[in-house]
Design a protein around this ligand. Structure first.
Ligand SMILES: [Zn+2]
Length: 295
C-alpha cells in the first residue's frame, strides 16, 4: 500500500510539473490583483514575475479611451531564441465600473495572468524551437489597445501563432473561438489534440466573445482565444452566442460568467485555483505542441 502510494505520488509529481505553487498560493496570487488602479495591478504583475525569477521587458505606449489619453504598459517575458515566435497572451488590466471604481477583475482576467506566469515558469526550463513570448497586455478593456499597440510597435513577421487566454478562473470546460480565420486552422488542430489527449471537454464556438485575439486576426496572424467555465455554463454560453432566436434559453437569461465579469461580483470567491492550475498546464502543453508543429 505504502509502495503504491509512493509510486502514485511520484507519478503525480511527474505529471504536474506546472505547479510551482499549491492551490492556496495560486488563490492568493490571483487575489493580489484586487487593486484600486491598473498601475497597481502592473506592480503586482511585475512583483510576481520577479518572485518567479522571470525576466521581463515593459513596453509603454500612448493609449487610452473615451476618458482621454492614457499611457499603457505591456509586459513581455521572452523565452528561448528561435527565429519564429509563439505568443502566449492575456490582458492584466481590469475594467472601470459605472461607479467609477475599478472592478476587482479576478475572473477577468487576473486568473489568466497568474496561469500565464505559471506557464512561463515551466516553459522557461524547456528546450524550445521557437522564441516564446509570454505577453501581458494592458488596456484590453479600453478596446484591445495594448495588443494593437504591441502589434504596431513590434510587427508580426516573426509570429507563427498566438494563444490568448481570457477568463480562466473556474470550471473544467475549455471554450475556444473558431471565428479566427482559415489560417488559424493548425492552432485549432493542436488545441483539439490536446483536448482529446486529456479527455477534457472543449467547446468550440463559431461565434466567441472578442478579446485581444481580434487584434491578431486583424493583423492576419494565426490565433486562438481560450476561456474556461463550468460545463453547463459553457454550453449555455454557446447557445447564447450561437443558438439564434430559438436557443431555448429563458427570456433575459444571462450566462453566469457574464453576471460576474465587468461587475462587482468579479471577486476571489468566484475563482477556483484548480482551474488556474489546469489552464497553466493546458497552455504549456499547447505551446509545446505548436513548438513542435508550427513553422
Ligand atoms: Zn477579459
Amino acid at each position: 500500500m505504502l509502495r503504491t502510494l509512493t509510486a502514485a505520488c511520484a507519478l503525480l509529481a511527474f505529471a504536474t510539473p506546472a505547479l510551482g505553487q499549491d492551490e492556496a498560493a495560486l488563490r492568493e496570487a490571483v487575489a493580489a490583483y484586487d487593486q484600486p488602479s491598473n498601475a497597481e495591478r502592473l506592480a503586482v504583475l511585475t512583483g510576481q514575475l520577479d518572485a518567479a525569477g522571470l525576466a521581463y521587458e515593459i513596453q509603454t505606449f500612448e493609449g487610452g479611451g473615451r476618458a482621454g489619453a492614457m499611457t499603457g504598459s505591456n509586459v513581455i517575458v521572452t523565452l528561448g531564441e528561435g527565429e519564429r515566435d509563439l505568443l502566449l497572451t492575456a490582458h492584466y488590466d481590469a475594467v472601470v465600473l459605472q461607479s467609477g471604481e475599478l472592478a476587482d477583475g479576478l475572473v477577468d482576467n487576473a486568473a489568466s495572468t497568474v496561469a500565464l506566469i505559471e506557464a512561463a515558469r515551466v516553459l522557461s526550463g524547456r528546450d524550445l524551437n521557437h522564441r516564446v513570448q509570454v505577453i501581458f497586455f494592458d488596456q484590453e478593456e479600453l478596446g484591445l489597445i495594448g495588443a494593437q499597440r504591441w502589434i504596431a510597435a513590434n510587427g508580426t513577421d516573426r509570429v507563427a501563432a498566438v494563444v490568448n487566454s481570457d477568463v480562466a478562473a473556474f470550471g473544467d470546460t475549455l471554450m475556444y473561438g473558431e471565428n479566427n480565420g482559415e489560417r488559424s486552422g493548425f492552432v485549432l488542430t493542436a488545441l483539439r489534440e490536446e483536448c482529446a489527449e486529456r479527455a477534457m471537454t472543449c467547446v468550440g464556438f463559431p461565434v466567441y466573445p472578442p478579446s485581444d485575439d481580434r487584434a491578431f486576426i486583424a493583423a492576419e496572424v494565426p490565433v486562438v482565444s481560450i476561456g474556461f467555465q463550468n460545463r453547463v455554463g459553457a454550453h449555455q454560453m454557446w447557445l447564447a452566442f450561437n443558438g439564434g432566436r430559438s436557443n431555448g434559453l429563458a427570456e433575459g437569461f444571462v450566462p453566469e460568467v457574464f453576471q460576474l465579469i465587468h461587475s462587482e461580483g468579479d471577486v476571489i470567491e468566484a475563482v477556483d485555483p484548480a482551474t488556474v492550475a489546469l489552464a497553466a498546464e493546458v497552455y504549456v502543453d499547447l505551446i509545446t505542441r505548436l513548438d513542435a508543429a508550427a513553422q
